[in-house]
Design a protein around this ligand. Structure first.
Ligand code: M7G
Length: 332
């Protein structure tokens, strides 16, 4: 471990000098600029991680969300045990050792010590993390919010325009081919109808049973469902049809095995569509947050202003700033 940690290197940003403890990452939390401008060895970035608090821990889902610090900057780390792959069973049985725990008649339990490459832990790092990231991953009570069209224009829209949501720089990096280029599954480059389809950060891409992709639109002025009118039906149909074909080509999953939906409220206010495997229930696919794309298209056909005028319902968590705004306005 120490040898790996020694490989760690720090590069200063712009005009700053190279100082190990210098603030080499600019995170202007007020302006919601959480972009990392430093450079580091990805293999060793967690060596100096100092745990502050376990945000969430699920024995059932076999994951843990931890808030800590790396080099004086807040960070969130998510560790998740990978599902066992069917195609690794042969190697798992032949290449592992067994530690007997108990034996009774025909029953016995063991701890199987697998070869390291079959024992990996999916790890997600957000660094530098803002307070909003820490809150996003913390276990919290939720409240169902009713948002009329007036609430949207007086409470939610000002909140979005003041950039109080999470920064969408990662989205622009994808659209501008600065990051995740080799992960792109399909792109339609048309500026009005086009989108980029790629694996969601949550998916390890190893197991099609947990398939999770996102389609990010090229248009930059569409924040969420609330901005959609019948004018956008061609865009939505394009994503729906071409996204399904691309997934069939690449992953051999037909359209009737997919759940294709948008979140309201999303965490990131740049329009995107979620594609997940129907038999898999990822976080955020329940009725209070997920809107099936097929229904969205139909609603817009029936009423071009549906999402601009209808009252929307969605859950917000205790520490969400938007929830505070609804409370302050006496709407909760
Ligand atoms: P959302 O509905 O805005 O928020 O969806 P949610 O996170 O509350 O669901 C945004 C989706 O983008 C989520 O499914 C994230 O896992 C995914 N996502 C977030 N980031 C920061 C990235 C990223 O950097 N790359 C990729 N590929 N996916 C991301």
């Amino acid at each position: 471990m120490a040898a790996i940690c020694d490989k760690r290197k720090f590069v200063a940003v712009e005009n700053e000098e190279i100082l190990p403890n210098a603030k080499r990452v600019k995170a202007d939390i007020d302006q919601n600029q959480e972009t990392a401008e430093g450079d580091f060895e990805p293999e060793s970035v967690l060596c100096g991680f100092q745990t502050r608090e376990v945000l969430k821990h699920s024995a059932r889902e076999k994951n843990i969300f931890i808030h800590g610090q790396i080099d004086g900057q807040d960070a969130v780390v998510i560790l998740e045990t990978n599902p066992i792959q069917e195609n690794s069973l042969g190697e798992l049985f032949s290449g592992s050792t067994l530690k007997l725990e108990m034996k009774n008649d025909i029953y016995s339990t063991y701890q199987l010590q697998a070869p390291p490459h079959l024992n990996e832990i999916k790890t997600t790092l957000v660094w530098p993390a803002t307070k909003k990231h820490v809150n996003k991953f913390k276990h919290q009570e939720s409240f169902l919010v009713e948002e009329t069209k007036e609430d949207y224009s007086t409470i939610t829209l000002p909140y979005i325009l003041l950039k109080r949501g999470l920064n969408v720089q990662w989205v622009y990096n994808i659209l501008e081919k600065k990051e995740e280029v080799d992960r792109i599954v399909y792109e339609d480059p048309d500026p009005n109808l086009g989108f980029v389809l790629l694996p969601d950060m949550k998916w390890d891409q190893k197991n099609v049973d947990t398939l999770y992709l996102i389609a990010i639109v090229h248009q930059r002025d569409l924040k969420s469902l609330r901005d959609l009118t019948s004018e956008h039906i061609p865009l939505l149909l394009n994503i729906f049809n071409k996204g399904q074909v691309a997934i069939l080509d690449r992953y051999k999953l037909p359209a009737n095995k997919l759940r294709v939906y948008l979140h309201y409220q999303p965490s990131y206010y740049h329009l995107h569509v979620h594609f997940t495997k129907l038999d898999y229930d990822p976080p955020g696919c329940s009725v209070e947050r997920a809107h099936l794309l097929a229904n969205v298209i139909q609603n817009l056909h029936n009423d071009p202003e549906y999402y601009k005028t209808w009252t929307m319902y969605f859950p917000l968590r205790e520490s969400d700033e938007l929830l505070g705004k609804f409370k302050k306005a006496g709407r909760l």
